[in-house]
Design a protein around this ligand. Structure first.
Ligand code: PLP
Length: 403
């Protein structure tokens, strides 16, 4: 059967037939490093690529393969590769696409370690990059050089929730024959499918929404060209070796089953946070893709089906107020990472973006009063109660100080 199914169904069924696995309803965990061949000739055929089947788990594993097939369907791609971390996926695709002397255009906000990797590539291989806003074709076009080979973006961008206009990126890439890579971690495949907008590769830190339970570090890369993905599997992935373990794939298969219901609740809670935060005197600004006051809301609605689970806001009083606010929370946990069942809060200026020089942080819109919330799955009334009592305590402290 090749009936087109909804994402909510694909997360549960794609890539697995229980009839081929003793009827096991759950996908079995093939916790093995290697595979025994029936005969010497069979081993030779597998190595020659003439026969499907296992060789060694760094080259492929049946449990990992189910996850890869599910992700291919969810991202409307042609093939997927599973990695040991989001950063292993980032480094694999950038290594695949570039050689010494090349140039990369990046969204002006990117994950801190991706920024670190670009530094290594520049130092070791003279691969340079330009960070730019991805809001209009003109801005992107201005960054293109004769050495440019790819455009690497995140959208929404961490932690300011600024958006890259995927259509504008695709237009410029088409004109200059550049490959497009999108880190889709923040949206998840449930809310945004960059391949539909012209991206060549999509990657995820599966640590976040794909797993959703805060107990795995993993990465995924999805591509729209099967042959090219096979080449990456047989070169950069195999030889650099940053693969996913079968057990982590098994946990991700389990987490992924609830992606659709989780994303709905994350979005509902984040929307309620946004509405609530906008009523608070202590809040200077709120950043959420689907907020009607967001100047980029039209872009958001064209490329995302909902706003997702992340909201950022600036609190009046800078870093002291931000830290006091976090310390007064009793339910919401102070932690980096995102997409977990627990609502998390972090302070980018001293945590995820503390490595970025202050003036660059300023340019990226990361003020000392900025806080990022990852809406969890709890009852939203309990969470808002927590936020509210923390605001009251900070307000009281500020009042005492000023008297
Ligand atoms: C967490 C994260 C990464 C890195 O993923 P790891 O699984 O921690 O290696 C990359 N991009 C984004 C947007 C992330 O949030």
């Amino acid at each position: 059967m090749n009936e087109k199914i909804h994402k909510d169904t694909a997360t549960v069924h794609t890539g697995y037939d229980s009839n081929s696995h003793h009827g096991s309803l759950a996908v079995p965990l093939y916790q093995t490093s290697t595979f025994a061949f029936d005969t010497a000739e069979q081993g030779a055929r597998r190595f020659a690529g003439e026969e499907e089947g296992g060789i060694y788990s760094r080259l492929g594993n049946p449990t990992v393969q189910v996850l890869e097939e599910r992700m291919t369907t969810l991202e409307n791609g042609a093939a997927s590769l599973a990695f040991g971390s989001g950063m292993a996926a980032v480094s694999a695709i950038l290594t695949h696409l570039t050689k010494t002397g090349d140039h990369i255009i990046c969204s002006r906000g990117i994950y801190g370690c991706t920024f670190g990797l670009l530094g290594i590539m520049e130092e070791k291989y003279s691969i340079t990059h330009t960070l730019t806003s991805m809001g209009t074709e003109e801005e992107i076009e201005a960054a293109v050089t004769p050495e440019t080979v790819c455009i690497y973006i995140e959208s929404p961008i961490n932690p300011t929730m600024e958006l890259a206009d995927l259509r504008a990126v695709a237009e410029v890439a088409r004109r200059h024959q550049l490959k497009i890579v999108v880190d889709n971690t923040f949206a998840s495949p449930y809310l945004q499918n960059p391949i539909d907008f012209g991206a060549d590769f999509v990657l995820h830190s599966a640590t976040k929404y794909i797993n959703g339970h805060g107990d795995v570090i993993a990465g995924l890369l999805i591509g729209k060209d099967k042959e090219e993905m096979d080449r990456i599997r047989g070169s950069v992935q195999k030889d650099y070796g940053g693969i996913m373990s079968p057990f982590d794939a098994w946990l991700l298969i389990r987490g992924l089953k609830t992606l659709s219901v989780r994303m709905q609740r994350h979005t509902e809670n984040a929307t309620r946070f946004t509405d609530y935060l906008k009523t608070q005197d202590m809040v200077e600004a709120v950043f959420y893709p689907f907020d009607e006051n967001n100047p980029q809301v039209e872009i958001a609605k064209k490329q995302m089906t909902a706003g997702g689970g992340l909201v950022s806001f600036t609190i009046k009083g800078g870093q002291p107020a931000a830290q006091a606010f976090m310390n007064h929370l009793y339910l919401i946990k102070i932690a980096v990472s995102l997409g977990d069942a627990e609502t998390l809060i972090q302070h980018p200026a001293t945590m995820t973006h503390s490595g970025v020089p202050a003036e660059d942080r300023e340019k990226m819109g990361i003020s000392d009063g900025l806080l990022r919330l990852s809406a969890g799955l709890e009852h939203v009334d309990d969470l808002i109660k927590d936020l509210n009592q923390a605001f009251l305590k900070v307000a009281k402290e500020q009042h005492t100080l000023s008297n």
